[in-house]
Write a protein that binds this ligand. Structure first.
Ligand code: AMP
Ligand code: MG
Length: 509
């Protein structure tokens, strides 16, 4: 989608005399490897970040910093310089990645990082590999007519959501920090430019493979696949058919991550193939939304008029996208093998979905009726428009030996249907030898109390736009422990208040 600015831009000016000697402490202990950059200019283009005016730090994620072995309590100056492209260590080679993709089902033969650049790929002392990527650091050869910028609003949403998803245990790109600035960025109105430092082991997308296959460049497809196997899936190297194993691996991980989304009510909003990670990470937080009142047809992206990416279509779309990836991998696979592999997606997804929902309902053992029990529970929520997150969370407090807690019963307006379901649930619980206490404990660690509701993000954004970043910090802190009661923050578990009922989000900004 291209509702971003359409002004003409030259390619980026080099960052104003990048300071190669800037303090190293933020990056000490990290080894630069740049494996992807070394694949060469057929896969990416060299770029340089373009600084923002008067940059200031909004927040730093201690959890993301810990992944890099960084102490987030040190002087933030060098980090601001790094995010703002004013500090570029000698070993860093900023690149924009080339890819293509299917956007809303239509083939786009070339996309690429239009406003993102991988500064470097680094290895931590514990041998974890991360690509450090700036998002919003100015135009690249793939920006088409757009400005290469990201506004504060969308940057805060991505920052908060990627860290929140991680805390929920869902594979995702991460976010180390974000800066705000005085640079004016033109969208529907004038906003301020911001830059996010995003991290992922790799940012390779389904569309990366599609691009080279569509250009009839099988060697490049092979190079990409070899790169993935060598650095991310070395265990597949000795398989009889390593490329088929790689495809199967992506299929399995995609089934898992979509089941994760469905089990927390997360709608991605733009599941284009350029926004699908071959590592099975949630990537590209744009018009995403967490469902409140359970509605399988929920569409979070207001530009998605046909509901292509509706909540309940996400598994089918994932299948469609995996088929597109299969086409991208065809130079390395037999058609029959690829078809057979993707046919397994439905079963893998169903299994992953079932397992997550059994956990959410506190059920153990293999009881065939459980599928119906899960479905009835979801149907009950749909009919009564009950908040998805709060209903699961309230159910955690249900005990077979006590009255139904009011916080649970009060969610359901038609108490007859609810009681009937609860009776079935109670009988099912009787089939397992798990104490109420143990079941409740396990359920509380599978059903979050806190999710990034749109209005919470909006509150933080409005304050940040006035120069007060405290709500971003607070929200990040609360969402980093989504399963904890945090009673003092219970108001953050409330559903959307009337003032925020009509908030809308659409594509890239
Ligand atoms: P998205 O909808 O965020 O996945 O973006 C789709 C494509 O548009 C990607 O190639 C992005 O890099 C590019 N893009 C989105 N916003 C901008 C922008 N402000 N400047 C340059 N490219 C952009
Ligand atoms: Mg994208």
């Amino acid at each position: 989608m291209s509702d971003h600015s359409t002004q003409n831009h030259e390619l980026p000016e080099p960052a104003k005399s990048p300071n190669k000697l800037a303090p190293k402490e933020w990056l000490s202990g990290l080894k630069t490897v740049n494996h992807f950059a070394q694949l060469g200019n057929q896969f990416s283009s060299k770029v340089l970040p373009l600084s923002l005016d008067n940059p200031r730090i909004v927040d730093i994620s201690p959890e993301a910093a810990a992944e890099l072995g960084i102490d987030e309590n040190q002087n933030t100056g060098p980090l601001v310089d790094l995010l703002n492209g004013e500090y570029l260590p000698e070993s860093f080679e900023p690149i924009a990645m080339l890819y293509a993709g299917h956007q809303f089902g239509s083939w786009v033969q070339q996309l690429g990082d239009g406003r993102a650049m991988i500064l470097a790929q680094i290895e931590t002392p514990s041998d974890n590999m991360w690509e450090l990527q700036l998002k919003g650091a100015g135009p690249t050869p793939y920006s088409r007519q757009a400005d290469g910028r990201a506004v504060l609003r969308s940057t805060i949403r991505e920052y908060l959501c990627s860290e929140a998803m991680h805390a929920l245990g869902i594979p995702t790109t991460r976010a180390l920090a974000l800066i705000d600035s005085d640079t004016r960025v033109y969208r529907e109105e004038v906003e301020t430019g911001a830059i996010l430092l995003r991290m992922a082991a790799s940012h390779i997308r389904f569309g990366s493979f599609e691009l080279f296959a569509s250009r009839n460049q099988p060697e490049q497809v092979r190079t990409l696949a070899d790169h993935l196997i060598e650095h991310y899936r070395p265990e597949l190297k000795d398989d009889a058919l390593p490329y088929l194993s790689l495809y199967r691996d992506v299929i399995q991980r995609t089934a898992d991550v979509i089941a994760d989304w469905q089990s927390v009510g997360f709608s991605h909003g733009v599941m284009n193939t350029d926004n699908m990670s071959v590592l099975g990470l949630t990537i590209d937080y744009g018009p995403f939304g967490f469902m409140e009142a359970y509605d399988p047809g929920f569409v979070c992206n207001h530009s998605d008029h046909n509901g292509r990416y509706a909540f309940n279509k996400q598994p089918d779309i994932a299948w469609w996208n995996l088929a597109a990836l299969g086409n991208g991998l065809l130079p390395l696979l037999e058609l029959d093998q690829a078809k057979q592999a993707i046919e397994e997606f439905g079963g893998l997804y169903q299994l992953a979905f079932r397992n997550r929902h059994l956990k959410k309902l506190g059920l153990v053992g293999d009881v065939p009726e459980d599928d119906a029990l899960i479905e009835d529970w979801l149907n009950l929520m749909t009919q009564q428009k009950v908040d998805f997150t709060n209903a699961f969370r309230a159910l955690c407090h249900f005990s077979t030996e006590a009255d139904t807690p009011a916080e649970l019963a009060d969610l359901f307006t038609n108490s007859g249907d609810f009681r009937r379901w609860l009776e079935k649930y109670t009988s099912r619980l009787a089939l397992q030898e798990v104490s109420d206490i143990d079941r409740q404990r396990q359920m509380l660690s599978s059903n979050p109390k806190y999710i990034l509701r749109n209005y919470l993000a909006e509150n933080a954004i409005v304050k940040a736009q006035q120069g007060d970043y405290s709500e971003v910090v607070k929200l990040r802190q609360i969402l980093s422990h989504p399963f904890d009661e945090q009673r003092e923050h219970s108001s953050y578990a409330k559903t959307t208040p009337a003032w925020a009922a009509n908030l809308s989000v659409s594509c890239s900004s």
